[in-house]
Design a protein around this ligand. Structure first.
Ligand code: WA2
Length: 278
Protein backbone atom coordinates (compact mmCIF):
# COMPACT_ATOMS: atom_id res chain seq x y z
CA UNK A 1 0.00 0.00 0.00
CA UNK A 2 1.90 3.03 -1.18
CA UNK A 3 2.16 6.29 0.68
CA UNK A 4 0.19 8.42 -1.75
CA UNK A 5 -2.77 6.04 -1.48
CA UNK A 6 -2.60 6.31 2.31
CA UNK A 7 -2.54 10.08 2.03
CA UNK A 8 -5.56 10.06 -0.26
CA UNK A 9 -7.44 7.89 2.17
CA UNK A 10 -6.51 10.19 5.03
CA UNK A 11 -7.72 13.24 3.08
CA UNK A 12 -10.99 11.61 2.21
CA UNK A 13 -11.60 10.64 5.85
CA UNK A 14 -10.79 14.20 6.95
CA UNK A 15 -13.17 15.78 4.47
CA UNK A 16 -16.03 13.40 5.30
CA UNK A 17 -15.52 13.97 9.01
CA UNK A 18 -15.31 17.74 8.67
CA UNK A 19 -18.46 17.77 6.55
CA UNK A 20 -20.38 15.84 9.22
CA UNK A 21 -19.05 18.00 12.01
CA UNK A 22 -20.00 21.17 10.15
CA UNK A 23 -23.51 19.87 9.46
CA UNK A 24 -24.06 18.91 13.07
CA UNK A 25 -22.73 22.24 14.27
CA UNK A 26 -24.94 24.19 11.87
CA UNK A 27 -28.06 22.29 12.89
CA UNK A 28 -27.16 22.78 16.52
CA UNK A 29 -26.74 26.49 15.96
CA UNK A 30 -30.08 26.81 14.15
CA UNK A 31 -31.81 24.96 16.99
CA UNK A 32 -30.13 27.19 19.54
CA UNK A 33 -31.27 30.40 17.82
CA UNK A 34 -34.85 29.22 17.80
CA UNK A 35 -34.71 28.37 21.48
CA UNK A 36 -33.61 31.92 22.16
CA UNK A 37 -36.58 33.20 20.15
CA UNK A 38 -38.88 30.93 22.17
CA UNK A 39 -37.46 32.39 25.39
CA UNK A 40 -38.43 35.84 24.11
CA UNK A 41 -41.89 34.59 23.23
CA UNK A 42 -42.39 33.30 26.79
CA UNK A 43 -41.23 36.64 28.15
CA UNK A 44 -43.63 38.52 25.90
CA UNK A 45 -46.76 36.45 26.40
CA UNK A 46 -46.33 34.96 29.86
CA UNK A 47 -44.36 37.46 31.93
CA UNK A 48 -45.28 40.74 30.23
CA UNK A 49 -49.03 40.16 30.17
CA UNK A 50 -51.41 39.90 33.06
CA UNK A 51 -53.07 37.49 33.04
CA UNK A 52 -50.58 35.38 31.11
CA UNK A 53 -51.52 34.68 27.50
CA UNK A 54 -49.85 31.22 27.56
CA UNK A 55 -51.28 28.00 28.93
CA UNK A 56 -49.66 24.56 28.87
CA UNK A 57 -51.92 23.70 25.92
CA UNK A 58 -50.95 26.72 23.82
CA UNK A 59 -47.27 26.31 24.68
CA UNK A 60 -47.30 22.63 23.71
CA UNK A 61 -49.14 23.35 20.48
CA UNK A 62 -46.84 26.18 19.47
CA UNK A 63 -43.73 24.17 20.37
CA UNK A 64 -45.00 21.21 18.36
CA UNK A 65 -45.82 23.29 15.30
CA UNK A 66 -42.41 25.00 15.31
CA UNK A 67 -40.41 21.85 16.09
CA UNK A 68 -39.07 21.82 12.53
CA UNK A 69 -37.13 24.97 13.45
CA UNK A 70 -35.16 23.07 16.10
CA UNK A 71 -33.95 20.02 14.20
CA UNK A 72 -31.75 18.54 16.94
CA UNK A 73 -34.19 18.91 19.81
CA UNK A 74 -36.73 16.33 20.89
CA UNK A 75 -38.59 18.82 23.06
CA UNK A 76 -38.65 22.09 24.96
CA UNK A 77 -39.69 22.90 28.51
CA UNK A 78 -40.10 26.06 30.55
CA UNK A 79 -39.37 26.30 34.27
CA UNK A 80 -40.44 29.34 36.26
CA UNK A 81 -38.59 30.91 39.19
CA UNK A 82 -40.48 30.55 42.48
CA UNK A 83 -39.07 31.81 45.79
CA UNK A 84 -39.75 29.92 48.99
CA UNK A 85 -42.06 32.70 50.13
CA UNK A 86 -44.12 32.39 46.94
CA UNK A 87 -44.30 28.62 47.02
CA UNK A 88 -47.60 28.05 48.81
CA UNK A 89 -49.50 30.49 46.68
CA UNK A 90 -47.87 29.13 43.52
CA UNK A 91 -48.80 25.54 44.39
CA UNK A 92 -52.37 26.53 45.15
CA UNK A 93 -52.64 28.35 41.82
CA UNK A 94 -51.20 25.41 39.88
CA UNK A 95 -53.10 22.76 41.77
CA UNK A 96 -49.95 20.65 42.25
CA UNK A 97 -46.87 20.57 44.48
CA UNK A 98 -43.29 21.26 43.45
CA UNK A 99 -41.42 17.96 43.29
CA UNK A 100 -37.80 17.03 43.71
CA UNK A 101 -36.21 15.20 40.80
CA UNK A 102 -34.18 12.41 42.35
CA UNK A 103 -35.54 12.22 45.80
CA UNK A 104 -35.96 8.81 47.36
CA UNK A 105 -33.28 8.23 50.04
CA UNK A 106 -31.63 5.40 48.11
CA UNK A 107 -32.16 6.97 44.72
CA UNK A 108 -29.28 6.40 42.36
CA UNK A 109 -30.63 8.34 39.47
CA UNK A 110 -33.49 9.09 37.16
CA UNK A 111 -34.80 5.55 37.28
CA UNK A 112 -36.21 6.40 40.68
CA UNK A 113 -37.86 9.61 39.59
CA UNK A 114 -41.27 8.01 39.64
CA UNK A 115 -41.15 7.87 43.43
CA UNK A 116 -40.56 11.61 43.64
CA UNK A 117 -41.56 13.19 46.90
CA UNK A 118 -42.52 16.67 47.79
CA UNK A 119 -39.49 18.85 48.24
CA UNK A 120 -38.35 20.21 51.58
CA UNK A 121 -37.62 23.92 51.97
CA UNK A 122 -35.11 25.56 49.68
CA UNK A 123 -34.50 29.23 48.99
CA UNK A 124 -35.99 29.03 45.54
CA UNK A 125 -37.32 26.54 43.02
CA UNK A 126 -37.55 26.16 39.26
CA UNK A 127 -40.60 23.96 38.60
CA UNK A 128 -41.44 23.19 34.98
CA UNK A 129 -44.82 24.74 34.09
CA UNK A 130 -44.85 24.28 30.30
CA UNK A 131 -43.54 21.40 28.18
CA UNK A 132 -43.81 20.00 24.70
CA UNK A 133 -45.99 16.86 24.66
CA UNK A 134 -43.11 14.38 24.76
CA UNK A 135 -41.87 15.92 28.03
CA UNK A 136 -45.11 16.43 29.93
CA UNK A 137 -43.57 14.08 32.51
CA UNK A 138 -41.27 16.84 33.78
CA UNK A 139 -44.06 19.31 34.66
CA UNK A 140 -43.96 20.20 38.40
CA UNK A 141 -40.37 18.94 38.86
CA UNK A 142 -37.96 21.44 40.38
CA UNK A 143 -35.09 21.75 37.91
CA UNK A 144 -32.86 23.18 40.65
CA UNK A 145 -33.06 19.79 42.39
CA UNK A 146 -30.93 17.96 39.83
CA UNK A 147 -27.20 18.66 39.64
CA UNK A 148 -26.89 19.01 35.84
CA UNK A 149 -30.03 21.09 35.44
CA UNK A 150 -29.15 23.24 38.44
CA UNK A 151 -25.67 24.08 37.19
CA UNK A 152 -27.07 24.95 33.78
CA UNK A 153 -29.78 27.24 35.17
CA UNK A 154 -27.28 29.07 37.34
CA UNK A 155 -24.84 29.56 34.48
CA UNK A 156 -27.63 30.63 32.11
CA UNK A 157 -29.00 33.35 34.35
CA UNK A 158 -25.55 34.72 35.25
CA UNK A 159 -24.39 34.88 31.66
CA UNK A 160 -27.51 35.70 29.67
CA UNK A 161 -26.23 33.26 27.05
CA UNK A 162 -27.28 29.81 25.92
CA UNK A 163 -25.51 27.20 28.06
CA UNK A 164 -25.17 23.47 27.67
CA UNK A 165 -25.02 20.54 30.12
CA UNK A 166 -22.72 17.57 29.74
CA UNK A 167 -24.54 14.50 28.39
CA UNK A 168 -26.56 12.93 31.23
CA UNK A 169 -29.42 10.52 31.75
CA UNK A 170 -32.73 12.35 31.54
CA UNK A 171 -35.84 11.58 33.61
CA UNK A 172 -37.14 9.53 30.67
CA UNK A 173 -34.03 7.35 30.88
CA UNK A 174 -32.48 8.54 27.64
CA UNK A 175 -29.11 10.20 27.22
CA UNK A 176 -29.39 13.89 26.41
CA UNK A 177 -28.02 17.36 26.80
CA UNK A 178 -30.02 20.42 27.82
CA UNK A 179 -29.51 23.87 26.37
CA UNK A 180 -30.83 26.62 28.66
CA UNK A 181 -31.68 30.26 28.12
CA UNK A 182 -32.68 32.41 31.03
CA UNK A 183 -35.79 34.56 30.69
CA UNK A 184 -35.55 37.97 32.36
CA UNK A 185 -38.30 40.21 33.65
CA UNK A 186 -36.85 43.02 31.57
CA UNK A 187 -33.82 42.39 29.40
CA UNK A 188 -30.68 43.50 31.30
CA UNK A 189 -28.29 45.74 29.34
CA UNK A 190 -25.57 43.91 27.41
CA UNK A 191 -22.98 44.97 29.98
CA UNK A 192 -25.09 43.96 33.01
CA UNK A 193 -23.20 42.31 35.86
CA UNK A 194 -23.93 38.83 37.22
CA UNK A 195 -25.87 40.13 40.25
CA UNK A 196 -28.07 42.28 38.07
CA UNK A 197 -28.83 39.28 35.84
CA UNK A 198 -29.54 36.94 38.74
CA UNK A 199 -32.00 39.50 40.17
CA UNK A 200 -33.82 39.95 36.86
CA UNK A 201 -34.24 36.22 36.06
CA UNK A 202 -37.85 34.99 36.08
CA UNK A 203 -37.56 31.60 34.39
CA UNK A 204 -35.54 29.21 32.27
CA UNK A 205 -36.27 27.81 28.85
CA UNK A 206 -34.64 24.47 28.07
CA UNK A 207 -34.21 22.64 24.80
CA UNK A 208 -33.77 18.89 25.14
CA UNK A 209 -31.28 17.43 22.69
CA UNK A 210 -31.71 13.72 22.19
CA UNK A 211 -28.28 13.29 20.70
CA UNK A 212 -28.37 9.56 19.96
CA UNK A 213 -31.53 9.64 17.88
CA UNK A 214 -31.08 13.00 16.24
CA UNK A 215 -27.43 12.72 15.24
CA UNK A 216 -28.20 9.31 13.81
CA UNK A 217 -30.99 10.75 11.68
CA UNK A 218 -28.73 13.55 10.52
CA UNK A 219 -25.86 11.26 9.54
CA UNK A 220 -28.15 8.89 7.70
CA UNK A 221 -29.03 11.70 5.33
CA UNK A 222 -25.45 11.74 4.11
CA UNK A 223 -24.09 9.66 1.30
CA UNK A 224 -21.41 7.18 2.23
CA UNK A 225 -22.65 6.85 5.78
CA UNK A 226 -21.89 3.15 5.71
CA UNK A 227 -18.23 3.74 5.10
CA UNK A 228 -17.31 5.71 8.20
CA UNK A 229 -17.90 5.37 11.90
CA UNK A 230 -18.67 8.56 13.81
CA UNK A 231 -18.31 9.27 17.52
CA UNK A 232 -19.10 12.53 19.27
CA UNK A 233 -17.65 13.37 22.69
CA UNK A 234 -17.96 16.03 25.31
CA UNK A 235 -14.28 16.60 26.07
CA UNK A 236 -14.72 19.39 28.62
CA UNK A 237 -13.27 17.29 31.43
CA UNK A 238 -10.28 15.02 31.41
CA UNK A 239 -12.46 11.97 30.87
CA UNK A 240 -14.43 12.39 27.61
CA UNK A 241 -18.16 11.60 27.79
CA UNK A 242 -19.62 9.82 24.78
CA UNK A 243 -22.54 11.67 23.22
CA UNK A 244 -22.99 9.60 20.12
CA UNK A 245 -21.68 6.45 18.51
CA UNK A 246 -20.74 2.92 19.36
CA UNK A 247 -17.50 1.83 20.98
CA UNK A 248 -14.66 3.73 19.39
CA UNK A 249 -12.48 0.66 18.99
CA UNK A 250 -10.08 -0.46 16.35
CA UNK A 251 -6.80 1.12 15.64
CA UNK A 252 -5.74 2.55 12.36
CA UNK A 253 -6.43 5.84 10.80
CA UNK A 254 -8.81 8.26 12.49
CA UNK A 255 -9.68 11.92 12.11
CA UNK A 256 -10.67 14.38 14.82
CA UNK A 257 -12.93 17.28 13.75
CA UNK A 258 -13.63 20.02 16.25
CA UNK A 259 -17.22 20.94 17.01
CA UNK A 260 -18.36 24.27 18.38
CA UNK A 261 -21.74 24.22 20.11
CA UNK A 262 -21.60 27.86 21.13
CA UNK A 263 -20.98 27.43 24.87
CA UNK A 264 -17.37 28.49 25.48
CA UNK A 265 -17.16 26.52 28.72
CA UNK A 266 -17.76 23.19 26.94
CA UNK A 267 -15.62 21.33 24.43
CA UNK A 268 -16.75 18.78 21.88
CA UNK A 269 -15.02 16.60 19.30
CA UNK A 270 -16.10 14.34 16.47
CA UNK A 271 -13.94 11.29 15.79
CA UNK A 272 -14.24 9.41 12.51
CA UNK A 273 -12.83 6.09 11.30
CA UNK A 274 -13.27 3.98 8.21
CA UNK A 275 -15.35 0.87 8.83
CA UNK A 276 -13.29 -1.26 6.48
CA UNK A 277 -9.56 -1.71 6.39
CA UNK A 278 -8.18 -0.64 2.99
N1 WA2 B 1 -36.07 18.29 30.70
C1 WA2 B 1 -36.54 17.06 30.39
N2 WA2 B 1 -36.11 15.94 30.98
C2 WA2 B 1 -35.18 16.06 31.93
C3 WA2 B 1 -34.65 17.31 32.30
C4 WA2 B 1 -35.13 18.45 31.64
N3 WA2 B 1 -34.66 19.67 31.95
N4 WA2 B 1 -33.73 17.07 33.27
C5 WA2 B 1 -33.70 15.74 33.48
N5 WA2 B 1 -34.55 15.12 32.67
C6 WA2 B 1 -36.64 23.58 31.80
O1 WA2 B 1 -33.05 24.42 31.90
C7 WA2 B 1 -34.41 24.55 32.10
C8 WA2 B 1 -35.18 20.88 31.37
C9 WA2 B 1 -34.67 22.08 32.12
C10 WA2 B 1 -35.17 23.39 31.54
Amino acid sequence: FNSSAVEKRRDSLASMCDERARMLQDQFNVSMNHLQALAILVNTFHHSQSPSAITQATFARYAERTAFERPLTSGVAYAVRVTHAERDQFERQQGWSIKKMYSSPNSQGPGDAAVAEIRGPAEEYAPVIFAQDAYMNVISFDMLSGADDRENIIRARESGKGVLTAPFQLLNGRLGVILTYSVYKSEPPANAGQQERIQAAVGYLGGIFDIEALVDKLLHQLAGKQSIMVNVYDTTNEKPISMYGSNDTGGGMYHNSTLNFGDPSRRHEMHCRFMQKP
